[in-house]
Design a protein around this ligand. Structure first.
Ligand SMILES: [Zn+2]
Length: 178
């Protein structure tokens, strides 16, 4: 990872203080990976309403949200990193997303704080176990093969332990136990 700003902003966190993140534009994939590991992460495009092709969130809005919600801003934008009103930020190097994520986990000592598969990767809300009888729109066959289901109360997305989940489990294992 690049240089930290804001004094001890990159100090190793305690389990009581799982850091929260704000990902600048172009780091959305890193942000969704952080959500997969259970870290509370807002994406810049969330602030703009997520419209495809919509304007990037203004720097002022990013800095304000980082400050108000005490989020670590992850960015590659040097001008943004240099802003004096930015409390916590880290520069993310240009690299494959899993390399970026491993660097972040290492730098902030985050591996023991991960809580994989607890958060919706689409909208950042904590997911909840749900009786599949309350999920009328499951693809055919899923109900017969799976017995544990979750739903995101934020966006309504359903989750279960299918083949996609198994691929993600392998990914999480590689990230947390390199
Ligand atoms: Zn959701």
């Amino acid at each position: 990872m690049g240089a930290a700003r804001g004094g001890n902003s990159a100090a190793a966190p305690t389990p009581q203080h799982r850091p929260r993140f704000l990902c600048d534009t172009h780091l959305g994939k890193l942000g969704r990976r952080l959500r997969l590991l259970g870290f509370d992460t807002v994406l810049a495009q969330d602030i703009t309403g997520g419209h495809p092709g919509g304007a990037d969130a203004g720097d002022d809005a990013l800095v304000r949200l980082a400050r108000v919600e005490q989020r670590i801003l992850l960015t590659r934008d040097r001008a943004l990193l240099a802003r004096p009103d930015l409390s916590q930020a880290l520069e993310v190097p240009q690299a494959p997303v899993d390399t970026q994520l491993r660097g972040l986990l290492e730098r902030l000592g985050l591996r023991h704080l991960a809580s994989p598969f607890t958060r919706c990767t689409c909208c950042n809300t904590l997911i909840e176990p749900i009786d599949p009888a309350r999920l009328p729109d499951l693809p055919p066959g899923v109900l017969a093969r799976q017995d544990r289901f979750w739903r995101c109360p934020g966006c309504g997305r359903s989750y279960w332990e299918g083949s996609h989940h198994r691929r993600l489990q392998a990914l999480v294992a590689r990230l947390l136990h390199p």
